[in-house]
Design a protein around this ligand. Structure first.
Ligand code: BDP
Length: 697
């Protein structure tokens, strides 16, 4: 099945001129080095090139002849090549690579090298991508290094194989059959991730189960670590803060208790004995009912540093999440992470990195960037994106997320003056952070195509590419992905790429336009539920977020409201605080405005909002018509799948439009403007819909 191969299709190159450029330049492969990783690199080249060039390339272990592709770490190259490449190698970091045309003894060769074998492997994938996307390989001279240290997938996978917020089947990790049974999918998973530069994976859910830290499970984790290691991927686990009590027989998990600290030290020793390159722990503490240091009157610093000390001797890190909000201070949930963490700047150990979601609420179709980015100069901050589409239509809606990721990464925090982008916080360049990281909540499950929706593969791919280089643009990434996954035919690429690029704004339009947020039905977050008002905690209810009433709609986070705007740098604070300068896309995030408020295009808020919902729906229709024209460029299966999924997306976009507009109309008391179709169902009908078995819950 084509879907299974992701972006590693390696289809034969159809343009014969381009193919002949490649076959002339590459007549054989010289594979240097004996590690597992170097074998994988050579195998991948053979697989990819033999298939794309339709030619069986000979593999040698010694440099001879000409026009060969030489693959090996710097130390494995002969002295002459080492000399040729020395100045380039000094420009890369430990995971970087060099791809260069060299001439030795009058013979031309292309060399792929790096400081170590994993760098070489990344170079191989980069080279293969060039071929996949039909780029020239003449006069190559490429030096590249990843810009972020930790490029990590977070799996919200439970030990019973359900996946929290997972919409692509069950967990890949078959704990019952591990450690003895190694599913081929583990290997294919590692390969796909290595191909985009992912170098870490957190195997378990942030809502953690302490059992993963027992010997019975650690043996299984070790088996997975052994599979992933040659692909440059480290394994991490989530640490349940109360584990010393739950599996350790202690009376407390108080981080200041010496017995507790020692328990974690011993646990770390035990893990590192099995897995010497274990990455460390990801921790969700005192958030949504998870235990944490505050249960014992301690704070985040106490908790994180205690764990940091346990893994430090082995080079491990602690990724401590800042996703906290409590019912005691519910006047604005958006403010709490900043309020709780910012004062701790400089207090964490060197091997602690604070993991912050892209926005201050929770992975909405659109959120302004989280105010913690740039606000902690002395604390490494890592980004947490959500690749799985919890709030963006699960794996049934086509939404190209790199568009969202880039919007956040490109945002200017102004924390160190103009140009202090979130990307510069995340890659460490703004404050010279030594430890940098980016995490994506994975959308992978055991569905045959990994991600449920064929286009959701683009979100995995795009996340990996941006983790490697947050300055890449999302269009380039879409272009690469489409070419590697489907076809190089421009007649296919152009319209489909445009469809992908627009798809993010489309979902914002039909779900949460103009800064609306968190109005999804509660619990499962499937479909609209702006009316939900009966949950025990105020900030769990959609009505808390939109605050619609007769006077208007929106959450006043300006000075006249919760003053959340004050958590941003002065320039941004000013921008957001003033309703006239606040970007319209974030209007209702920061302001409560009247139904008659005049938008920039002259429409009243009510009309503008209604028309946005309609626009979103119309855009899905356009996506359908674009897709319907692609059949001849594709295999039937993937064409048909996406076609059916777009039909669902259309139906659901309509559901969103109708349910939200009928609901808000009760408050606006106004007619729908011309151009907006009249809903055919009643509000009561939409409110009566229940989804007890919505996935991912
Ligand atoms: C929310 C999810 C919930 C997660 C939580 C988290 O609804 O399932 O456990 O975030 O990130 O998005 O901890």
């Amino acid at each position: 099945q084509k879907d299974y191969k992701l972006w590693l299709q390696y289809d034969k190159i159809t343009n014969s001129q381009i193919r002949s450029e490649y076959t002339t330049a590459i007549t054989g492969i010289v594979g240097l080095g004996n590690s597992e990783t170097s074998k994988i690199a050579v195998k991948e080249l053979e697989l990819g090139l033999n298939s794309m060039l339709e030619k069986k390339l000979e593999v040698k272990s010694k440099l001879e002849g000409q026009n060969t592709l030489v693959v090996g770490a710097q130390s494995a190259l002969n002295p002459e090549l080492q000399k040729e490449l020395a100045s380039h190698i000094t420009q890369i970091n430990e995971e970087g690579f060099v791809i260069k045309l060299v001439i030795v003894d009058n013979a031309k060769h292309i060399v792929i090298t790096g400081k170590n074998d994993v760098g070489v492997l990344y170079g191989v994938y980069s080279f293969l991508r060039r071929i996949q996307t039909n780029k020239s390989i003449k006069n190559l001279e490429i030096t590249e290094s990843p810009k972020i240290n930790l490029r990590i997938l977070n799996h919200w996978d439970n030990l019973d194989r359900t996946v929290e917020r997972g919409y692509a089947g069950f967990s890949l990790w078959n704990w019952q059959k591990l450690p003895d049974f190694i599913d081929q999918r583990y290997i294919d998973y590692a390969r796909a991730n290595a191909s985009i530069g992912i170098n870490g994976t957190v195997l378990t859910n942030v809502n953690a189960n302490a059992l993963i830290l027992t010997p019975q499970y650690l043996e299984k984790v070790e088996a997975l670590a052994n599979v992933f290691r040659p692909y440059g991927i480290k394994v991490y686990l989530t640490a349940r803060f109360s584990a010393p009590v739950e599996i350790g027989g202690l009376k407390t998990a108080d981080p200041k208790d010496i017995a507790v600290a020692n328990w974690w030290k011993d646990k770390a020793k035990e893990i590192y004995k099995r897995i010497p390159d274990f990455g460390g722990f990801l921790v969700k503490a005192n958030s949504e009912g998870q235990p944490g240091p505050q249960n014992y009157g301690r704070n985040h610093v106490d908790g994180a540093n205690m764990l940091a000390d346990a893994v430090a001797p082995f080079g491990g890190v602690i990724m401590w999440r800042a996703f906290v909000y409590s019912e005691h201070d519910a006047n604005d949930r958006a403010k709490q992470a900043y309020a709780e963490f910012q004062p701790y700047d400089g207090k964490f150990r060197e091997n602690v990195i604070v993991q912050v979601k892209n926005g201050a609420i929770d992975f909405q179709p659109r959120e302004p960037f989280h105010p913690l980015f740039g606000a902690m100069q002395k604390t490494p901050i890592m980004m947490e994106f959500q690749i799985t589409q919890e709030y963006l239509g699960f794996s049934t809606h086509l939404v190209y997320l790199p568009q969202l990721f880039k919007e956040v990464l490109d945002s200017d925090t102004y924390q160190k003056g103009k140009g202090s982008t979130v990307a510069k916080v995340v890659d460490g360049s703004l404050y010279n952070a030594k430890l940098t990281g980016i995490a994506g909540v994975s959308n992978i499950g055991n569905d045959l195509n990994w991600t449920g929706h064929p286009f959701a593969q683009a979100n995995c791919y795009g996340f990996g590419r941006l983790a490697w280089n947050p300055y890449l643009d999302s269009e380039t990434i879409a272009d690469e992905w489409l070419k590697c996954t489907f076809s190089n035919d421009e007649n296919f690429i152009k319209p489909v790429k445009e469809m992908m690029i627009k798809s993010r704004e489309t979902v914002v339009n039909y779900m949460t336009p103009l800064g609306l947020h968190h109005i999804m039905d509660t619990g499962h977050h499937y479909g609209p539920g702006p009316w939900v008002a009966n949950l025990s905690r105020p900030e769990w209810n959609p009505v808390y977020y939109h605050k619609a009433d007769k006077n208007g709609i929106g959450f006043d986070r300006s000075k006249t409201g919760t003053n959340a705007t004050s958590q941003y740098a002065p320039e941004i604070e000013k921008l957001f605080d003033n309703v006239a300068t606040c970007p319209e896309k974030d209007l209702l995030w920061f302001h409560h405005v009247s139904w008659d408020y005049k938008l920039k295009n002259g429409q009243t808020l009510w009309n503008g909002l209604s028309l946005k919902y309609q626009e979103g729906l119309d855009q899905v229709k356009e996506m359908q018509s674009t897709w319907n024209k692609t059949e001849k460029y594709l295999d039937g299966e993937r064409f048909k799948e996406v076609q059916m999924l777009l039909e669902i997306q259309y139906k659901e976009a309509k559901w969103w439009r109708d349910a939200c507009l009928l609901y808000f109309q009760q408050y606006s008391g106004k007619e729908l403007p011309a151009g907006v179709e009249k809903p055919t169902q009643t509000l009561e009908y939409f409110q009566s819909l229940k989804f007890p078995f919505a996935p991912g819950n």
